[in-house]
Design a binder for this molecule. Structure first.
Ligand SMILES: *Cc1c(COP(=O)(O)O)cnc(C)c1O
Length: 385
């Protein structure tokens, strides 16, 4: 068989990092549910000493994820936020971070309420205009943090442009690739230094795990990443590692269908008389469509839309009346989910602030699942009526 680097995506999803169990031939990676490992003599072991530091099930997943992102090193954490926590712990007091303003709420909370008090400064800016980012760069800038597509407005940020700015500033670029998945977008290939994932979403794909991951090809960053993973201890367990490994085996199939269903739903909503605006990067009329086409291989199943009249009550009515969709936080599972950002994910942001980035009262966010498109659309149709 060709080397992992030469394999196509679907082959890597299934084979990278895993091998039949040497003791039994089991084709699936065993769940090494163990905290410690017997040593033959002092200092003589098989590469595993204690499961915070190393665990074979987690290792298989970390190698698999590194391969999917075309990176050298992967590390898994107890949640997406624990992975982000690790990146910021690589910085020092006085360092500055420039971040996307239309950002996952938990990331914003971590930056503002945990790390600011340790002397790290965060600037939140709209990154669709690179000049706005360049304006914030100074000699203390150590990290540019990008989320693309953004949540919930589905803006697209040019990763190559951000990488050029980061390199000029001698700073790192980290991209939260949760929404796009490695099937649609590989930030390391576009110049990013670190890729971050909430594996809770599309990578796991079945709404049964909370997990995070980091991938890098930079050996110095990797050394820090593994040091902090072990020293801070926010690791993921072997059972969850197994579940995400299993989920990834169908990542390419699932995301293909998410994209197909996403397109059908976006086009249906765009033609609906009760729908005002539809935010989906696959539309040619989307303001960042050209960048999406340049850096993504598909446009995904995440869609936001607003209602004509912009009534909060009508939006609440709509999300209550769906039957195939489930009203819930999160995204990226096989089942379709619906959410109301103004009262759910973005409730803590003052009305004027959230409206500035487009989160109006009637905005509804969909994570379009992999059910039959006809049933998904029929459900939206009856709920809009
Ligand atoms: C969910 C999510 C996170 C946080 O991940 P957890 O696994 O919930 O800790 C970070 N970024 C994005 C874009 C997310 O959707």
């Amino acid at each position: 068989m060709s080397t992992i680097q030469e394999m196509k995506f679907g082959t890597k999803a299934i084979h990278a990092g895993v091998h039949a169990d040497e003791a039994t031939g089991a084709i699936m990676t065993p769940i090494y549910q163990t905290s410690t490992y017997v040593q033959e003599a002092v200092g003589v072991n098989k590469g595993y000493e204690y499961s915070r530091s190393q665990n074979p099930t987690r290792h298989a997943l970390e190698k698999n994820l590194a391969a999917l992102e075309n990176g050298k090193h992967g590390a898994c954490f107890g949640s997406g936020l624990a992975a982000i926590d690790c990146v910021i712990k690589m910085l020092n007091p006085g360092d500055e971070v420039i971040s996307t303003n239309d950002l996952y709420g938990g990331t914003f909370r971590l930056f503002k309420t945990i790390f600011e008090k340790y002397g790290i400064k965060f600037h939140f800016v709209g990154m669709t205009d690179p000049a706005v980012v360049e304006e914030k760069v100074n000699e203390n800038t150590k990290l540019i943090w990008v989320e693309t597509p953004t949540n919930p407005m589905m803006s697209i940020i040019d990763i190559e442009e951000m990488s050029n700015i980061a390199k000029k500033a001698n700073a790192w670029l980290c991209v939260d690739n949760t929404f796009a998945t490695p099937y649609l977008q590989n930030p390391l290939d576009l110049g990013a230094d670190i890729v971050m994932h909430s594996a809770t979403k599309y990578l796991g794909g079945h709404s049964d795990v909370v997990m995070g991951a980091l991938i890098t090809s930079n050996d110095a960053i990797a050394a820090e990443m593994y040091r902090i993973q072990n020293a801070s201890g926010a690791v993921t367990g072997p059972m969850d590692s197994f579940l995400v490994l299993r989920g990834i085996k169908t990542l390419h199939l699932r995301v293909q269908r998410h994209c197909e269903n996403g397109e059908k739903v976006a086009r249906y909503l765009a033609d609906h008389p009760k729908v005002d605006k539809v935010y989906w990067p696959g539309f040619e009329s989307h303001p960042n469509h050209a960048i999406a086409k340049k850096q993504m291989r598909g446009f995904g199943g995440m869609i936001s839309f607003s209602l004509v009249g912009n009534s909060m009550e009508q939006a609440h009515e709509m999300v209550k009346n769906v039957k195939v969709f489930a009203l819930a936080e999160s995204l990226g599972g096989v089942e379709s989910l619906i959410g109301h950002p103004a009262t759910m994910t973005h409730a803590s942001i003052p009305k004027e602030e959230r409206e500035k980035i487009g989160v109006v009262d009637s905005l509804i966010r969909l994570s379009v699942g992999v059910e039959d498109a006809e049933d998904i659309i029929d459900d939206l149709k009856q709920a809009l009526e």
